[in-house]
Ligand binder design. Sequence first.
Ligand code: ADP
Ligand code: MG
Ligand code: ZN
Length: 483
Amino acid sequence: MNGKYEAVIGLEVHAQMLTQSKAFCACTTTFGNGPNHNTCPVCLGMPGVLPVLNRKLVEYILAMGLATNCSITQRSVFARKNYFYPDLPKGYQISQYEDPICQFGHLDVELNDGTVKHIGITRIHMEEDAGKLVHDMHVDTLVDVNRCGVPLIEIVSEPDMHTSHEAYQYLSMIKQIVTYLGICDGNMEEGSLRCDANVSVRLRGTDKLGTRTEVKNLNSFRNVERALEYEIARQIALIEDGGRVVQETLIWDADRNVALSMRSKEEAHDYRYFPDPDLVPVVVSDAWIERVRAELPELPQKRRDRFVADFHLPKYDADILTLERPLAEYYETAAGCLSAKNPETFKAVSNWVMTDVLRAVKESNITIADFPVTPAHLSAMVNLITEGTISGKIAKDVFEEMLAGGEAPMAIVQRKGLVQISDTGAIEAIINEILAANAAQVEQYRAGKTQVFGFFVGAAMKAMKGKANPNIVNALLKKKLDV
Ligand code: ADP
Ligand code: MG
Ligand code: ZN
């Protein structure tokens, strides 16, 4: 980026809550039902009906507020945000405006260079989603209001970020926290986590905020990064050309890699916010807050640090293993099943999870919860390696078999006769044969071309179908060659 300027970024993140029913009525939130099936007079905005707040939504937002160091407003109210759009039957969205339920939070976000960035969270409030417009191939626009009234929380950050990387890391952390809490599935591509980015630039060293634009339609992490880079560069170029940034809303076009002007930015007064007279204030007692706090799961950064401390794992491993809660659980269960618990075996399990398990999960396009190799089987296999029953190489085959059939590793080893040969006599006999049959290579080795050592190891392992104990093979070969 141009060193003369500094970008300023604030994110507004919407997370769709995993409640079973909508925010203010009993309609289901199930996705995929026929258009307009999940509706009732309340979410259709019929006159004379009354909304009733979903208690679960409050539980969820309290959990998020506590997880992001917010203070909880113990008496908060809902407001109507008025605007006209065909996907909004009521003509207003129920939201929170003044005194939202969570305020003054922050996250300590880790950057790739290892530094930690403190990012303020202005507020987190509850609101309802709008419907969906479906534009068909020709001229018609169809309206599906199934999503009307589906509960959302909106997490608004302070303008504390200055690079697309910082925004990316912040958003990753939000995603990690909502999924750890189990309140949102965190899927940006499917729209259950959405991000609008507010961007401005200013001369480096000054602290007055520049005029911002808001970029919408960022439906992937990659798009957030690209759109921010685009918009920062555009604003700088504009100012350098003697122009001025206009406050407006832009829409990101991922196919063309550009942000297009959508509308001039509306101001709060355009929405004519006022307290919703149909809903009573949300009152949260101390006891309720303390119960939610007590039920919070271990959060990602804490779990990561505990993995480093308890399992002596490198931070790199712990970061990957705790990225998603089910994976962290998988690792932890596997580690708990080890017969010998020490830094080596903990690391061995970590290696298997980070490489083979994650690869297989990705290739078969399933979640770790449906993974055919149970954590107990994975650690049983590591136990077999540790005890010397199988070699690490044979273990790869055993793993493939477990993947295909879900069988226990020992059963596979027995059925396929894979037990490692540690019988020194048997290995020595094979090695003698190989040395005799390859006199030329033996000469080379003894003449100083020690690279041929690998050739002998390979030949011995091949002759014993990979089952020879590699330590014994190496030791015997050394002994016989180094005379
Ligand atoms: P609105 O709801 O109208 O978009 P807010 O005042 O709630 O406006 O701000 C929304 C987001 O924009 C927040 O994340 C805030 O940090 C960010 N923001 C506000 N001013 C600026 C600015 N000048 N540059 C970059 N981001 C900004
Ligand atoms: Mg906004
Ligand atoms: Zn309804």
